[in-house]
Design a protein around this ligand. Sequence first.
Ligand code: EPU
Length: 432
Amino acid sequence: MTKYVIHGGKPLYGAVEISGAKNAAVAILPAALLVNGVCRIENIPQISDVTLILNILQELGADVKTINRTTVEIDCSHIRNARVPDALARKIRASYYLIGALLGRFGSAEVPPPGGCDFGGRGRPIDQHIKGFTAMGADVDVNGGIIHAVARSGHLMGTTVYMDIVSVGATMNLMLAGTLAEGTTIIENAAKEPHIVDLANFLNSMGASIMGAGTDVIKIRGVSRLSGGSYSIIPDQIEAGTYMAAVTATGGELLIKNVIPKHLECIAAKIAEMGAEVEEMDDAVLVRRTGKLTRTNVKTLPYPGFPTDMQPQVAACLCLAEGTSVLTEGVWDNRYRYVDEFRRMGAQIQVDGKVAIIEGVPYLTGASVEAPDLRAGAALVIAGLAAHGTTEVSQIRFIERGYEDIVRKLSGIGADIRVVVTPDEAKSAQVG
Ligand code: EPU
């Protein structure tokens, strides 16, 4: 196991460049399965979830060419195989997008159940995805540990689907499924996250007809074919928010470049309440924090509410804010698995169901902690950067699922963070 070793207590200064959005990329790359031709996709983040999806596409028979660090060309014209390899798919949550894309293209899909971070309490259900596929004329069942989905008439039929829960994944999956379906698919009570608009823009640029993405009703007129094209993925809202939270926790002044400031408004509002100054520019935000942090309350909600994927990072800031803050998780059942790790660093947090009460302390103290999932891992890094002394964060594979070059980016803005591999662990990493 590789660790990050952080010597904390240094304010962050300088500029950091944000990569392409993970949660857009993990849907747009499988969407290439719907395209008969070459898709050139730019601004792809270099993270392990993206590598896994590209490997899955290749195993399915796609021609994947790396053009440069952030650009690939994918040609899925010759794919005939709708069965996704087991070992790779189980490692990522977003493998569920392969169901919508393969079902849309071939009328059938065989995909292992999704893996990824688990904080649903009841696992991470996909009943809303299945409800949508079924309404579109597919039979979906699980046997032998594999999800089998088959369109009864050979292809999916457009229909109206009302989502019982606002779900990012189900909304995007039904967009994928509806793109080549016969007739019109209407998704009601759709999610509105920026990556939903990005997926619609990608598909439309390849010839799809999707209207209303970014509102709670999305209308997809099925088309018979998508042809190739070129598309650039939006910047990562959560990566940007994580650096905003980092400088809020450590103090300093950070220019966060290559962002869409509109996507960051909900995060900017909260860190401003805590005492940071946020200046919005065309494609950058400047965050400065010099004074004390003050308490605030945060509730996570679907977009445009405060993102659940920023909840642990903002908790790291609240641990250092004067007074008592109330944090309420409004999306997931169980997203406080990091609390014990924070406590090791001296944080005072009580959790009752979906609510965490955080009593600010004057400082955190470095400790050995373990990342329980991706965003909680990022939050522990933030806590370590702000803490007195040395923090060791293990299980960093979670962090590397979603943050491109986090050590290089943080080192470039004044953090003292490095990767340490112990000899035994290096050996087992080679074997694994
Ligand atoms: N839900 C259901 N049934 C479903 C689908 C979802 O009950 O069929 C529930 C979930 O249990 C959860 C809520 O609905 O309580 C919202 O889940 P959603 O479907 O929106 O989440 P997701 O699509 O599985 C994506 C992101 C998550 C992010 C959520 C919410 C990807 C790959 N993942 O997950 O991102 O937390 O939306 O915004 O896009 C992360 O990046 O760290 C991450 C976990």
